[in-house]
Design a protein around this ligand. Structure first.
Ligand code: NDP
Length: 459
């Protein structure tokens, strides 16, 4: 059976032009079931294959992605509206993620535990079939954070990408199978979350779910998974803060905001959408931010010069507009007019900390700026959010920076940097920003079950 049996087509829109980029067939309910069953069959053979063999296939997938970075980057740039330079980096990171986890099959170690009457040992067993549900903001990178460790741990995976951005996922399945991944081990289902996504969540053969997206849908996925006692990893929203002390390198802190707050047009769960500046540095910092916003090159994702593209959809632009309406804009950049879901980089100041723009995840190029006077006060205000994904502290006082980093309730903190994601380190949220960790060594174990085996030595 192939996805050509499905009868419903869905147009994929190019955010920079509003034109139709592609038309994909949605996976029917019968096909979803077939993809999952086929994945389970392929998984049994995969789990039984020698670890070195599995490692070498995953290496081959990484090499094949590396060879196709440019083609993938162009598709991702057009489908997401992501600047081509960023898309290239993102696709190279997909290859690097597969390469990092290629070591996994040979490094999943168990323990031997001293017990009476025999030998006790633990094994890291695959879960079976893992359902992966991913969003539209970094489609292939986020998918690779799940696909690569999932496969490395001996599972089969079934991916449901966002309806808005399925194109690079389709390519990845092709690339992986051409590179030697057993057919069906990496299944793909296409369609809406409310139908295809839900079926994946509820399917009895799917033993674990790894989801990235909004907190609202994450809550639903988590609740449904709990009903069937499925394993679950949730990577959800954020409202991360940047805390800038007056003794920081203010130029670096401001120029980094181009990526740290406006990167991917602010559609980044780690975006530093709240900026807390020590009062004595506020005026100078707002001036620096205005210069950064004015200097941002906004335009076609395919132009090498572009630093910020459009938003993903008309719906997303309306959402951003709704948040900004009624707030005080202290500075706004420019954006193209005409076709495309453009929105300019926007700085809000002063901002009431209770207003939705200051509290909720906007997912657009909008930052709220606040002044603060001392450490305890800013810690309290930064932590006054249901989220806890990421954040930055800028200061030349190392002791203070570390003190702050320890006090902020979030899964990742960067000191004098806006970098939140490194493939070899754990990534995930405190509080309502999620459950579990992706990337790094933790993610590999999250795709396994621990089995305990006791071997009696009594005669
Ligand atoms: P969603 O959480 O709705 O979508 C994420 C993924 O979940 C998509 O593949 C979606 O499918 C799928 N999905 C939706 N409903 C269900 C369901 N009931 N069961 C299973 N899967 C489902 O995010 P949106 O795309 O609507 O974005 C809305 C907001 O979420 C953003 O503005 C932003 O605030 C936040 N967000 C956060 C992200 C993050 O990285 N933390 C990423 C994306 C969004 P489909 O969309 O194809 O129907």
């Amino acid at each position: 059976m192939s996805s050509s049996c499905a009868s419903v087509r869905h147009d994929v829109i190019e955010p920079a032009t509003e034109g139709i980029l592609a038309s994909v067939l949605e996976t029917s309910s019968e096909e979803v079931d077939w993809v999952i069953q086929r994945c389970r069959k392929a998984q049994r053979g995969w789990a039984a294959a020698p670890p070195a063999e599995r490692a070498s296939v995953i290496h081959a997938v990484a090499d094949a992605i590396d060879q196709q970075v440019e083609q993938l980057a162009v598709i991702e740039a057009r489908n997401v509206g992501m600047p081509i330079r960023d898309a290239r980096g993102s696709m190279a990171s997909v290859a690097a993620t597969f390469r990092y986890y290629a070591a996994g099959p040979e490094r999943l170690l168990g323990n031997t535990i001293p017990v009476a009457g025999g030998v006790d040992m633990t094994f890291r067993e695959p879960i079976g079939v893992v359902g992966l549900i991913t969003p539209w903001n970094f489609p292939l990178a986020i998918a690779s954070w799940k696909v690569a460790p999932g496969l490395a741990a001996g599972n089969g995976v079934v991916l449901k990408p966002s309806e808005l951005t399925p194109l690079t996922a389709i390519e990845l399945v092709r690339i992986a199978e051409e590179a030697g991944l057993p057919e069906g081990l990496f299944g793909l289902v296409l369609g809406a979350g409310s139908t295809v996504g839900r079926q994946l969540v509820d399917h009895p053969l799917v033993g674990k779910l790894a989801f990235t997206g909004s907190t609202a849908v994450g809550r639903e996925v988590g609740a449904r998974a709990a009903g069937m006692i499925k394993r679950v990893t949730l990577e959800l929203g954020g409202k991360s803060a940047s805390i800038i002390f007056a003794d920081a390198d203010l130029d670096r802190a401001a120029s980094g905001l181009a990526g740290g707050a406006f990167g991917n047009t602010g559609q980044d769960c780690c975006a530093r959408s709240r900026v807390f500046v020590e009062r004595s540095a506020l005026g100078g910092f707002l001036d620096r931010m205005a210069v950064i916003v004015d200097g941002l090159k906004v335009g076609s994702p395919l132009s090498e010069a572009t630093e910020m593209g459009p938003l993903i959809s008309a719906k997303q632009r309306e959402r951003v507009e709704r948040y900004v309406e009624g707030s005080t804009i202290v500075h706004q950049g420019s954006a193209p007019t005409g076709a495309g879901f453009w929105y300019p980089a926007t700085i809000l100041y002063p901002v009431d900390e209770e207003e939705p723009a200051a509290r909720e995840e906007i997912f657009g190029p909008v930052v709220s700026v606040f002044a603060f006077d001392d450490e305890d006060e800013v810690i309290r205000r930064v932590n006054d959010t249901p989220y806890g994904l990421s954040g930055s502290v800028w200061s030349r006082d190392g002791g203070r920076a570390l003190r702050m980093a320890r006090a902020i309730e979030s899964g990742a903190l960067a000191i004098n940097s806006y970098n939140s994601v490194r493939l070899s380190t754990p990534f995930g949220g405190f509080k309502q920003s999620g459950m579990g960790r992706e990337l790094g060594p933790d993610a590999l174990e999250a795709y396994t079950e621990v089995k305990n085996v006791f071997y009696s030595t009594e005669v």
